[in-house]
Ligand binder design. Structure first.
Ligand code: BES
Ligand code: MN
Ligand code: MN
Length: 475
C-alpha cells in the first residue's frame, strides 16, 4: 500500500527532513528588506532545488518590471499519472519571512534554528524566523512530495500539482496580481488552490480554514510648520501635528468600537445564526487565549455585540500599527514637530473592497484636515478577503486526509489573518482555496522567538501525504 510506504518514509527520514528545514530557515529571506535581496533569492532557489529532487519540473520566474524587479516566483509542476482523474491542485506558499526585529527579544539567533525540548504544554519545537510562517509549513508539503517520489518514483505521487511559491507575501504580494494575470493560462488549468499557512483550532486539533480576512494598509502623514519648533515659543500659537493627528485618529471608532468611516460596513456579510451557533460549539476559550498573552478576562475588548472569534473571523476592524513623530530619544526635548505619521490598516471581510476602503479613509481624513496642516497619503496595498466553499470535493478529500493522518476530526474554522493570493485567485480565475494549516496560536508568528512544534509538523506532513491518496480517489 503506497500511502503507508510514503508515511513510513517520512518517519524513517524525519531527522534528515528537519535538518533540511533548518538549512532553509538559516537563509534570512526577509523579503521586505533590500539588504536581504540576495538571501531571499537564495531561499527561492533552495525550494526550487528541493522540488527538482522530487521529480518536479521547476522554473524560477522573475516578477515586477525592469525598473523595479520583485522577488522570483518558484513555479513547478508534476504531470500526474495517465490514470489520474482528480483535481489539478495549485499549491501556494511563501518563502519570504518577516523581519526579525526587535532582535534583542530573541532568546536565540532568529536565523540559527534550534530545536527546543518540550516544556509544559508546549511541545518539542523548532525556533527560528519563518519556522511556522511559512517555511515550516511549506516544508510539510515539500517533504510529502519527496516521500511519494522516493517511494513510487512518481512526481507528486501521480497527482497533478502546480506549485507556486512567492517571495513577497509578507510585503503585500505587490507583484503577484500581474504575475497571475500573465500566467493566467497555466494557472487557469488548475482546479483548486491549496495553502498551508494558517493555524489549527488548538493543540492536536487540526482544522481547515475556510476564510481569511482582507487587508487595506495605509501610511498617512500630517504636515504643519515647515520646521521643528521650540514648544515654549510656539506652543499654543501653531498646530502641533502630533496633537492634531491623534485627535483625528481617535475619531475612527465610536463608543461601540465600530469604525466611523461612512460606507465602511457597506457589503459586509452578516453572520448567520447557523455560523454563530457552530462557532460557539467549537468550544474556543477566549479567556485562556487572553491569559496566554498576559491579559485577564477584562481584555476581551472589541466591537460591541460580537464574541471574540466572531470579531476575529467575521468583522472588519481598524488599527493603528505605528505612530511616528517628534522626539523619541532619551530624556526630554521640548519640541513641536513639523510633521507626524501613522501606519493605519483595516482588516476586511467579504464583500468589502480594499481599494475602496483606502479611498474612503483618505476622503474621511481630508474632511478632517486640521487648520494649518496638510496630508500626504501613501497606499501600501493589501488584499481581498476570501471565504471559500465548504462543500467541494477537494475540500472533503482534504478533511478526510487530515482525519486519516491525524486520527482527529477536522474542525472547520476561519481566521482573521490575510493571505492576499486567495482573493486574487478567486477574482481572476474563480479558484477556491483550501487552507490546510498546522500552526498554533502561540507560535509567535511575526514576533520574536517564532516556533513550530514538531508534532504540528508531523501532522502536516502526514496529512499532505494522505491527501495525495485521497485526491487520486476522486473520479
Ligand atoms: N500566514 C500569515 C497569515 C495568517 C496567519 C493567516 C495565521 C491565518 C493564520 C501571512 O503570512 C501574513 O502574515 N499575512 C499578512 C498579510 C499581508 C502582509 C498582506 C497579514 O495577515 O498581516
Ligand atoms: Mn504566511
Ligand atoms: Mn506572515
Amino acid at each position: 500500500m503506497s500511502t503507508q510506504d510514503a508515511l513510513s518514509w517520512l518517519e524513517t527520514h524525519e531527522s534528515d527532513s528537519i535538518a533540511r528545514l533548518i538549512q532553509w530557515l538559516a537563509i534570512p529571506s526577509v523579503g521586505t528588506d533590500p539588504a536581504h535581496d540576495e538571501d531571499t533569492a537564495r531561499a527561492g532557489q533552495w525550494a526550487a532545488d528541493h522540488l527538482k529532487v522530487s521529480g518536479f519540473e521547476v522554473e524560477l520566474c522573475p516578477t515586477g518590471t525592469a525598473d523595479s524587479p520583485g522577488h522570483p516566483i518558484v513555479m513547478a509542476s508534476s504531470a500526474g499519472s495517465d490514470d489520474y482523474t482528480g483535481p489539478h491542485v495549485l499549491f501556494y506558499g511563501h518563502y519570504d519571512v518577516q523581519p526579525a526585529d526587535p532582535i534583542e527579544l530573541w532568546e536565540s539567533d532568529p536565523f540559527t534554528p534550534i530545536i527546543k525540548p518540550a516544556q509544559g504544554e508546549v511541545g518539542e519545537r523548532i525556533v527560528a524566523r519563518g519556522a511556522c510562517d511559512d517555511k515550516g509549513q511549506v516544508m510539510m508539503f515539500l517533504e510529502a512530495m519527496r516521500a511519494w517520489y522516493e517511494t513510487t518514483g512518481q512526481p507528486g505521487g501521480g497527482v497533478k500539482f502546480t506549485v507556486m511559491l512567492e517571495g513577497e507575501e509578507e510585503s503585500g504580494s505587490v507583484n503577484l496580481e500581474r504575475f497571475i494575470r500573465e500566467h493566467a493560462e497555466r494557472l487557469g488549468k488548475t482546479d483548486v488552490c491549496l495553502i498551508s499557512d494558517t493555524g489549527m483550532l488548538g493543540r492536536g486539533k487540526p482544522a481547515i480554514t475556510y476564510g481569511v480576512r482582507g487587508l487595506a494598509y495605509t501610511e498617512i502623514t500630517l504636515i504643519g510648520p515647515d520646521q521643528d519648533l521650540h514648544s515654549g515659543l510656539w506652543g499654543g500659537r501653531v498646530p502641533n501635528p502630533i496633537n492634531e493627528l491623534v485627535k483625528v485618529l481617535s475619531q475612527l471608532w465610536d463608543e461601540d468600537r465600530r469604525v466611523t468611516i461612512p460606507g465602511f460596513y457597506e457589503g459586509v456579510r452578516l453572520l448567520t445564526d447557523e455560523e454563530r451557533k457552530t462557532w460557539k460549539q467549537l468550544g474556543v476559550d477566549p479567556v485562556a487565549a487572553l491569559r496566554g498573552i498576559g491579559l485577564g478576562a477584562d481584555g476581551d475588548v472589541g466591537e460591541k455585540g460580537f464574541t471574540a472569534i466572531e470579531r476575529e473571523w467575521a468583522r472588519p476592524t481598524a488599527d493603528i500599527n505605528g505612530i511616528i513623530g517628534g522626539y523619541t530619544g532619551p530624556g526630554a526635548k521640548t519640541v513641536i514637530p513639523s510633521q507626524a505619521s501613522a501606519k493605519v490598516s483595516f482588516r476586511l471581510v467579504d464583500d468589502q473592497d480594499s481599494a475602496k476602503i483606502t479611498q474612503a479613509f483618505f476622503e474621511w481624513l481630508e474632511e478632517r484636515t486640521p487648520a494649518g496642516c496638510r496630508w500626504v497619503f501613501e497606499d501600501h496595498g493589501g488584499g481581498a478577503p476570501a471565504t471559500c466553499a465548504t462543500e467541494s470535493e477537494p475540500l472533503r478529500a482534504a478533511a478526510r486526509a487530515i482525519e486519516q493522518a491525524c486520527h482527529q476530526p477536522t474542525a472547520m474554522i476561519k481566521s482573521g489573518g490575510s493571505i492576499p493570493v486567495a482573493g486574487l485567485l478567486k477574482e481572476t480565475l474563480g479558484l477556491e482555496t483550501i487552507f490546510m494549516g498546522f500552526g498554533l496560536e502561540d507560535d509567535r508568528v511575526h514576533s520574536p522567538n517564532e516556533k513550530f512544534e514538531l508534532d504540528c509538523y508531523r501532522m502536516g506532513a502526514r496529512s499532505h501525504v494522505v491527501l495525495v491518496e485521497q485526491l487520486k480517489r476522486i473520479g
